[in-house]
Ligand binder design. Structure first.
Ligand code: IFM
Length: 666
């Protein structure tokens, strides 16, 4: 499907599909609306999705789903069924517009989730008629809604909807619903304006004259748990546009490059902002943000490792809250470790709003343990970049996660080493591995963080034990090849007959079990490790990892391209870096895995592309309390200018092929 990507706009003449719904999702971090067709009433209870961040309800014992809200935005012109639509997303002002022609009418319907008022959703419809006629417009809030919980197993198609909300009361202006299980309440307050004047009722009869457009506006305030309504603004559209302009002052990256690269970069940043409830530490970002219910709305390492850098450097308050979310869930992480007969704190692979483990696939949920060290790593990076003062709870997080590793790793007396058994690294095609280097290296780093920041909380014996652990954890390294080895079994696996996936991911045509026994990587694993610690590995070691593992990687995960681009930039492999960067940047816009419609926007890919540019092509990093840059721009990018925040100060980084500068801004 063709999407035209301009510097500040994405547009298409294609009909509304799952794919366009995902791409044209808009949000304000609290409320997210998929880009569904406003004119056509929904035919299935799970269609026309709107989400409220942090609102989860149980769908089975112990398992929650992000609640789908009813379609309160519908604004339909009676009798019209346009065959095609022009759809435009204005990235600068966060407004999505669908324009169509039917019944002698020309209609444009704009929508937004207000960035100035987190409770507010608005639609504005402009109707022009070619002749004198009367039309009826329906503005009623549709209370029919159900969730269609998406199975963790990507091969299982979901068929059963679950009703999570019931209606308590509905009038023309007010809809009150209640969550079936928790009894949390949800209230929608609707205001309709015709030509700027308040209209009564939700069925509007309009007399149209040629050349006299009529504007209908619908404002819906969404209140969860009886939260008080914020004061109304005279012009919510203007307030929203101004809020977006302020966001772009903090986050825009101006490129001198082809318009599609500039536009795709802005769309990536736009979608990260749309799914981030920046001032609430109780809400994280799910793997598909507020664009889809895939993964039940849960947060993974995607947030800590892939998205966090963008927020650290451009929205430090948001980065702080994303890490506070982890800190606040330390009690649940302790409980998870205890349930797994382990000490300390173990973060869930898939984390729901209440901090519990939501992963229902036992192998991934139990053995993809690197998440715990990823959280500790992310916290240390956030502290370093934003200059946030470390609290006692943060020190406890470092310590409790280190204690987890002490109990999760196995001491092998014969070899005098700590080993990890039954672990999966980032490469989810590696089976259940032994001594995955990514996991062990991250675990060691986690223990070192505890020793550096939490030794006051340990007695001398514990300090000694943890130091011993850090010194004796197995890191598989072949000095002859200067090569870090992925794990103990990888090289014994059978080669994959076909090394590149074309279109759909390989797991769609080859059973997961079979994939686990091939010598193929689903996504960056040691490549991932190299980019997390750019100063800890020599150029030779990075090259050895690249040359060994890159050809074996099938990139069946959205997390892969950006990390490959980043390492390729660092290695000066400009051709490869650009090819990977483009694929990362356009991952959803080009529907790389053919699942953007079915699954929503891949949040981690957005952050990975941002990192490839900022860490890779611009060489931004922190060293000894300093902000350092080392640009190595690809020829396709002639110059870059972006704001960065570092330890409370604002900077502007500019770079072109002649040089680079970093200027402190007032
Ligand atoms: O966290 C990722 C994982 O690395 C690969 N499978 C999908 C998850 C969610 O994006």
């Amino acid at each position: 499907m063709k999407m035209d990507i301009h510097a500040w706009q994405i547009e298409t003449d294609s009909p509304v599909t799952g794919f366009t719904e995902s791409i044209f999702s808009v949000g304000n971090g609290y409320l997210g609306i998929r880009g569904y067709d406003l004119q056509t009433p929904k035919t299935g209870m799970d269609q026309h999705a709107i989400f409220r961040a942090g609102f989860f309800e149980p769908v089975r014992p112990g398992i929650t789903d992000m609640v789908q809200l009813p379609d309160v935005l519908g604004l339909t012109v009676e009798g019209c069924a346009p065959g095609s639509m022009h759809q435009t997303l204005d990235l600068q002002h966060g407004i999505f517009t669908q324009t169509w022609h039917d019944c002698g009418l020309s209609v444009s319907a704009e929508r937004m989730a207000s960035m100035a008022d987190p409770q507010l959703l608005c639609v504005r419809m402009t109707i022009c008629s070619a002749s004198t006629q009367t039309v009826t417009v329906h503005a009623r809030m549709d209370d029919r809604v159900a969730n269609l919980p998406v199975h963790d197993d990507q091969m299982v198609d979901e068929t059963e909807t679950v009703r999570l909300l019931e209606t308590l009361e509905q009038t023309d202006h007010h809809l009150e619903m209640q969550a079936v299980h928790s009894k949390r309440t949800l209230c929608f307050l609707q205001q309709v304006l015709v030509g700027g004047q308040a209209a009564s009722g939700s069925t509007l009869r309009l007399s149209l004259q040629p050349g006299c457009p009529v504007r209908i506006e619908k404002r819906v305030r969404v209140l969860l748990d009886e939260e008080p309504a914020r004061p109304e603004t005279q012009d919510p559209w203007q307030a929203h546009c101004m809020a977006w302009e302020a966001l772009w002052r903090d986050c825009d990256i101006v490129l001198d490059a082809d318009a599609d690269i500039q536009g795709a970069l802005r769309w990536n940043i736009f979608q990260m902002l749309c799914s981030n409830a920046w001032d609430d530490p109780h809400i994280s970002i799910g793997a598909r943000g507020l664009t889809h219910g895939r993964y039940k709305g849960n947060a993974f390492w995607d947030t800590d490792i892939f998205l966090l850098p963008f927020f650290c450097w451009q929205r430090p308050e948001a980065a702080r809250n994303l890490m506070l979310y982890r800190v606040l869930h330390l009690p649940q992480a302790r409980e998870l470790a205890r349930r797994q007969n382990l000490s300390g704190a173990r973060f869930p692979w898939m984390c729901a709003s209440d901090g519990t483990e939501q992963c229902e696939s036992w192998d991934i949920g139990l053995c993809e343990v690197h998440i715990t060290a990823d959280v500790a790593y992310a916290l240390s990076r956030m502290l370093d970049i934003t200059g946030t003062e470390m609290t006692g709870d943060m020190r406890m997080l470092f310590l409790e996660t280190a204690r987890y590793w002490e109990s999760r790793l196995t001491w092998e007396e014969g070899r005098q080493q700590y080993s990890s058994f039954f672990v999966k690294g980032p490469d989810e095609y590696c089976g259940a591995a032994v001594n995955n280097t990514y996991t062990n290296y991250m675990a060691r780093h986690n223990v070192e963080l505890a020793l550096a920041h939490a030794s006051d909380f340990m007695d001398a014996k514990e300090q000694k034990r943890l130091r011993f652990l850090a010194e004796h954890i197995t890191i598989l390294y072949d000095p002859e090849r200067c090569l870090y080895r992925q794990d103990e079994l990888f090289e014994r696996l059978e080669p994959l007959p076909q090394t590149r996936s074309a279109g759909e991911p390989l797991y769609r045509s080859i059973c997961f079990d079979r994939m686990q026994r091939y010598r193929a990587l689903k996504q960056a694993d040691l490549v991932q490790l190299m980019v997390l610690f750019p100063d800890k590995f020599t150029e030779k070691e990075k090259r050895a990892v690249w040359e060994t593992y890159e050809p074996l990687t099938v990139h069946d995960s959205s997390l892969s391209f950006g990390m490959h681009a980043l390492l390729a930039f660092q290695l000066g492999l400009q051709t490869e870096a650009w090819a990977y960067f483009r694929r990362a940047l356009l991952f959803d816009l080009h529907d790389e895995l053919r699942n953007t419609g079915r699954e929503g926007v891949h949040m981690a890919a957005l952050g990975a592309a941002w990192q490839a540019l900022v860490y890779g092509a611009l060489g931004v990093w922190t060293r000894e309390d300093r902000l350092c840059i080392k640009p190595n721009l690809p020829p396709q990018i002639r110059s870059v200018s972006l704001p960065l925040r570092f330890r409370g100060e604002r900077y502007r980084l500019t770079a072109d092929h002649q040089g680079a500068g970093l200027v402190k801004e007032a």
